[in-house]
Design a protein around this ligand. Sequence first.
Ligand code: HEM
Ligand code: HEM
Length: 166
Amino acid sequence: MTRQHHPRAHPHPAHPPRHRLPRWQRRVLYGSGVPLLLTGLVWLAVHYSVGAGAGELPHPLEAWCLRLHGLAAMGALFVLGALAAAHMPQGWRLSRRWQLLRQQRTGVALCGLAALLVLSGYLLYYFAPEDLRPALGGLHAAAGVAMAALVLWHRRGSDPAGIAAS
Ligand code: HEM
Ligand code: HEM
């Protein structure tokens, strides 16, 4: 059923209000997410082509990728905490009120993927036995790539038609 809008009869806006992140949170989110993705993918490429994963000596780039990866991971954890305090509870209420089902489902999936990334990242750093490491690393990287794609799908478009349709 489509919603009927009578702007004069109803004080409510015709479209759901935007749920923008504060600019600093958006900057830290993308400013940590993009380097995480890049350093993770470059590490995979180097490790399995010319590095330790191909039976060679570890390539110097491998260590540098993980150093930068760890730095970006700290920023990502920080911004996830900020999102958990405001964006997630507000987004939950907004998505229920306005039936933003796509944002609701992808939002919950994003939370699950973030938890999986943090847990598998922790295991990779502190516990991974050598025989489990490649599988755990693969799972971790797959969750990372999925999360990056899902953030794009989770956002609404900036055109008014896209807003109305999503
Ligand atoms: C790790 C978890 C999450 C991340 C990284 C995330 C990220 C984002 C981003 C980047 C935007 C676009 C806002 C902007 O461009 O300023 C957005 C919008 C939104 N999010 Fe989330 N979100 C997460 C979890 C959730 C959850 C759990 C909900 C609740 C169901 C939710 C509901 C929404 C809604 C309703 C919008 C509005 C879309 C719009 O107005 O464009 N998000 N989110
Ligand atoms: C919140 C996001 C993330 C966190 C907290 C995180 C954390 C970590 C940590 C702690 C490690 C172990 C580093 C080490 O052994 O020195 C790691 C390794 C790795 N991460 Fe992430 N990461 C995240 C996102 C990503 C993303 C988006 C990708 C995408 C490709 C990715 C790919 C990798 C890869 C390939 C490794 C190396 C795996 C291995 O040693 O076998 N990570 N990550």
